[in-house]
Design a protein around this ligand. Structure first.
Ligand code: COA
Ligand code: AMP
Length: 679
């Protein structure tokens, strides 16, 4: 594919010219030499070993974990693409994350710092205190009927009890499924129906800047919709907020239950492949996609990752991932990785801005002497918008900080440079997915990588990830040529085991299009030095403030409106959240006198009720008709291109090309497509 064609690649959803500057300049930067990634460097030697001798490499890395039964072998590819890591081995991830450090004499070290500007609370827990809390909570779960293999659903705000809940479930070998608080009752219900948990751990409320979110009524509604019977709930009542109504025999008060426990529960050894958790993610319509994370591989790779990818070594290091436990970044880098590595992790209940100001990131870094910080680019865009000169945060020192790591969405150069200047440390992008559980590509500072990677790149492939970029026909793309980023099998330790209750979908969704490879469904480029540039999702997923939202799922909800006959949702650029969903809908003739404004409001409410406020759905516009190809497909890409002011070529297979003129008119009414054109 030529350079011009690269920029016109049919699947792009992001405005390349805006985010990447001129394509030529972007490719030119990749020709520079990046000394530390060349042959002979520590990174290079480590990477080569991980690919050429994966069993030897990961077998050595696995020695840092306490196994209650040694694995029979390191790698089993006999059922590929289901890869077995450390078969025969047994361990407990909670033991490795807490008890191991206590047993090694580090029980007095701070494990967790909870900082909540929302409630003006700070709490600190040592590893010994965390062990006490978690083991007692595990005992409570046992008394509620939970044993190894039972699912435990966690629907909690960002309080220490959420971390304790994850670890208590892990202690029992009961896979947890954490659901993000910004999802509505129906989304929660889908997860409850699918995971069929024995117990749900929840709270009376979550606290958002503008309102209190009543979790318990949302949970009650979700359980009613899910029709799951015999479900017990353990409810944490937050101080200073109205207590949740507890149904006798069904709902139990968290604190009362824990107080009754005199001795905590020991960690239960589980097989290496035993599910540590199920995390639901977007990507396919209809069928829930529950990513299953195994125990052994995940513990091995996360324990290794903080030192080697993020340069965090030594027990006195302080690490802060400003994400939410409901997302994979929160699972891995608020909870498991820092605790496995035996360092201090910060749990922050607040936003980058407005809680109460734009100085909170700086305050937390200074107050706890944070050494490594991880967040999403959208958070920096939020601070930059409110306080571009950092006047609110002048008094805070950034001296403890060594690096900032960003992920979850593409980090535009302006934001990266602004954050780098503001925090006075390198801002390093890394690329990953719920499916992978840790980065696929990054600047591995712990392996001596240059902290000045080429602009726009998110680093080089992680050990274990043999990345390639393939064309539509499956042929390898050349360096600098755009295509689908794939990973050659075997996938490394920590990669998902399967999709919960759906091995078939696992194989079909990720391994059928490019046999022998994991299909990341991200479009991107690799340069001749191996640096990776991730452009956009190649499926129906858009990225809103670092959150993965399925446009088809939104369309389904919109089509439930009694007056809507057709709908298409596309992502449009947003200066804060990266992308926002925009719905084009067609009304049925019988819609009567209801105004478009009213229908728009109803659609927005419908999405909030079904999917949740996290979708940030605010843009809906009525159109007379949607474009359809002769085979019945909606060319969403052309609509999103028009909304992005691009010059669009109408596909020759479109039944009625005149619909585009009306679409442009409608988009212009809401401020988009002002400079779009047709080729
Ligand atoms: N529980 C309940 N509701 C929640 C919630 C939670 N845990 N988290 C978010 N919401 C709600 C918000 O209240 C808001 O609702 P509203 O429309 O009624 O106001 C909606 O979901 C969107 O919230 P949010 O995404 O936080 O947007 P925002 O405009 O309030 O804030 C940012 C913008 C950039 C500050 C915010 O998106 C952010 O901090 N993003 C970081 C993303 C991140 O960490 N991603 C993880 C990947 S590394
Ligand atoms: P999630 O599974 O929710 O973590 O979302 C994963 C998706 O987010 C990926 O498939 C990418 O599309 C996007 N993503 C994550 N990290 C990056 C990054 N560093 N650059 C560009 N896109 C990213």
């Amino acid at each position: 594919m030529s350079l011009t064609l690269v920029l016109k690649y049919a699947q792009f959803t992001r405005p390349i010219s805006a985010s990447y500057g001129c394509g030529r300049a972007w490719l030119c930067t990749s020709h520079k030499l990046h000394g530390n990634s060349v042959a002979g460097s520590l990174y290079h030697e480590t990477y080569q070993r991980s690919i050429e001798k994966p069993a030897e490499f990961w077998g050595q890395v696995a020695e840092k974990i306490v196994w209650t039964k040694q694995f029979d072998k390191v790698l089993d590819t006999s059922e590929s693409p289901m890869i077995g890591w450390f078969p025969g081995g047994e361990l407990n991830v909670c033991y490795n994350a807490i008890d191991r450090h206590v047993d090694e004499g580090r029980g007095g070290q701070t494990a967790l710092i909870y900082d909540s500007p929302m409630t003006k609370t700070v709490k600190k827990y040592t590893y010994a205190q965390l062990q006490d809390k978690v083991s007692k909570l595990a005992q409570v779960l046992v008394s509620m009927g939970v044993s190894k293999g039972d699912r435990v659903l966690i629907y909690l705000p960002m309080v220490p009890e959420a971390v304790m809940a994850m670890l208590a479930a892990a202690r029992l070998g009961a896979p947890h499924s954490v659901v993000f608080g910004g999802f509505a009752a129906k989304e929660l219900a889908t997860r409850i129906s699918h995971a069929h948990p024995k117990v749900v751990l929840s709270a009376n409320c979550g606290i958002e800047p503008s309102h209190v979110v009543p979790y318990k009524p949302i949970l009650d509604e979700a359980i009613a919709i899910s029709k799951v019977d015999n479900l017990k709930c353990l409810i944490y009542n937050r101080d200073n907020y109205p207590k949740a109504h507890l149904k006798p025999g069904v709902d139990f008060d968290w604190n009362e239950a824990v107080e009754k426990v005199s001795r905590g529960h020991d960690a239960v050894p589980v097989e290496s492949s035993h599910p540590l958790y199920i995390l639901y993610t977007s990507g396919t319509t209809g069928t829930p996609k529950g990513v299953v994370r195994g125990s052994g591989g995940h513990a091995v790779v996360l324990n290794w990752s903080l030192k080697n990818i993020f340069g965090m070594e030594g027990p006195n290091k302080v690490w802060w991932a400003a994400s939410d436990l409901g997302w994979v970044v929160g699972h891995s880098y608020i909870c498991y990785a820092p605790l496995l590595a035996g360092i201090t992790t910060i749990l922050y209940e607040g936003k980058p801005v407005g809680t109460p100001n734009a100085a909170q990131f700086y305050r937390v870094i200074d107050e706890y002497k944070v050494n490594g910080f991880f967040t999403a680019p959208t958070a920096f865009r939020a601070i930059k918008r409110v306080d571009p000169e950092n006047t609110e945060s002048k008094q805070y020192s950034r001296a403890s900080l060594k690096n900032i790591f960003v992920a979850g969405e593409h980090c535009d150069n302006q934001t990266r440079i602004w954050a780098q200047t503001s925090f006075k440390v390198p801002v390093l992008d890394n690329w990953w997915q719920t499916e992978t559980g840790h980065p696929i590509a990054a600047t591995c500072v712990g392996l001596g990588n240059d902290t000045n990677p080429p602009e726009h790149s998110c680093g080089i492939p992680l050990p274990g990830y043999q990345l390639e970029v393939l064309r539509e026909d499956g042929e390898k793309a050349k360096a600098g040529e755009l295509g689908r980023i794939v990973c050659k099998l075997p996938t490394p330790p920590g990669f998902m085991e399967t999709l919960y209750l759906n091995d078939k979908l696992y194989k079909e969704a990720y391994f059928s299009k490019y046999p022998g490879y994991y299909d990341s469904m991200d479009a991107g480029v690799m340069d001749e030095k191996g640096y990776v540039y991730v452009m956009a999702r190649d499926d129906d997923v858009i990225n809103v403030a670092g959150h993965r939202i399925s446009t088809s799922a939104l369309e389904e909800v919109i089509l439930q409106h009694p007056y809507v006959s057709d709908a298409a949702v596309v992502g449009v650029p947003d200066s804060l959240k990266g992308q926002l969903p925009l719905a084009l809908y067609v009304l049925k003739p019988e819609h009567g006198q209801i105004s478009e404004e009213q229908i728009g409001k109803e659609l927005i409410q419908q999405v909030r009720n079904s999917i949740g406020p996290v979708a940030a759905f605010k843009l809906a516009v009525c159109v007379p008709a949607l474009p359809r190809t002769r085979s019945g497909k909606t060319p969403r890409k052309t609509i999103s291109d028009l909304a992005q002011d691009k010059s669009v070529k109408i596909p020759p297979t479109i039944e009625d090309a005149s619909v585009y003129e009306h679409i442009v008119e409608s988009l212009q009414r809401i401020g988009y497509a002002k400079n779009s054109s047709f080729k």
